[in-house]
Structures are given as structure tokens and as C-alpha cells.
Design a protein around this ligand. Structure first.
Ligand SMILES: [Zn+2]
Length: 134
């Protein structure tokens, strides 16, 4: 199965991600994306248990809670989001090293301006995914 060419997400959810990124700065915020196929239905905040400011690591218990919440709604955890408080929404080498296939990655960049971009891992590299604001 190939990566979806684009993903739908409500504008209100994108606004929520930008707000969480600003609140967490200078640390990165992170969380899980719940949905089905090419649509993000909700964004679940998770604790970032990474010790460095420029890293993120979803708290395992928050990941499990998101899995349960998704299952209860007949949905799935389809990806994760995190922020780049002082750079653009482009995956870092660390992001690439930690990435898993079949997951959708949303990155919120705050510099030079707030912007959310979507990425998929394909053959070991991140490729951009179109983000359709609904
Ligand atoms: Zn990153």
C-alpha cells in the first residue's frame, strides 16, 4: 500500500496544534493523530518525556491511552505530531532516525512563521504529503 497523496484535517485542529506548539516552546510539544485512512479526526496531546528541549518522545502511557480512545471510536492512531519551536516544519535527522513506516507525521514549525506540514516515510526518506484544510 502506498502513502496517501494527501490528508484531510479540520482547520480548527491545525489551529490547536499551533497553539500547543506555542504553549510548549521552547520545548517541543507532541501527540498522536487519530483518524481513518486519509483523514485526521482528532489530535491527542501527549507528555513529551524527552530530556532535551530539541527532542520529543511520546510518553508510553499516553500512547496507550490514545490507542484505547481510537479503538473506542472505531478509529486508529494514524500518526504523530510534534513541534519545531525555533525552526521550520521540516523533519530533522533525529525525526528520520525515529520514524516508523505507515505513520503520518505532522510537524508544527514556528519559525519564520507558524506552519504545519505533513510527511510520510517512504523507502527510508520523508516525503511531503499534501494537507487539505477542511
Ligand atoms: Zn522534529
Amino acid at each position: 500500500m502506498g502513502a496517501a497523496p494527501e490528508v484531510e484535517i479540520a482547520g480548527a485542529l491545525l489551529d490547536t496544534l499551533v497553539r500547543r506548539a506555542r504553549e510548549a516552546a521552547p520545548r517541543e510539544c507532541c501527540g498522536l493523530l487519530i483518524g481513518t485512512g486519509p483523514r485526521v479526526a482528532s489530535v491527542v496531546a501527549a507528555r513529551n518525556v524527552a530530556t532535551a528541549d530539541s527532542r520529543y518522545e511520546v510518553a508510553p502511557e499516553d500512547h496507550f491511552a490514545a490507542l484505547r480512545a481510537a479503538r473506542a471510536e472505531g478509529l486508529a492512531v494514524i500518526g504523530a505530531y510534534h513541534s519545531h519551536p525555533s525552526s521550520a516544519p521540516v523533519p530533522s535527522p533525529t525525526d528520520l532516525a525515529d520514524a516508523v513506516a505507515e505513520f503520518l507525521y505532522l510537524i508544527v514549525g514556528l519559525v519564520p512563521a507558524a506552519e504545519v506540514r505533513a510527511w510520510h516515510l517512504v523507502d527510508g526518506n520523508f516525503v511531503p504529503v499534501g494537507l487539505v484544510r477542511t
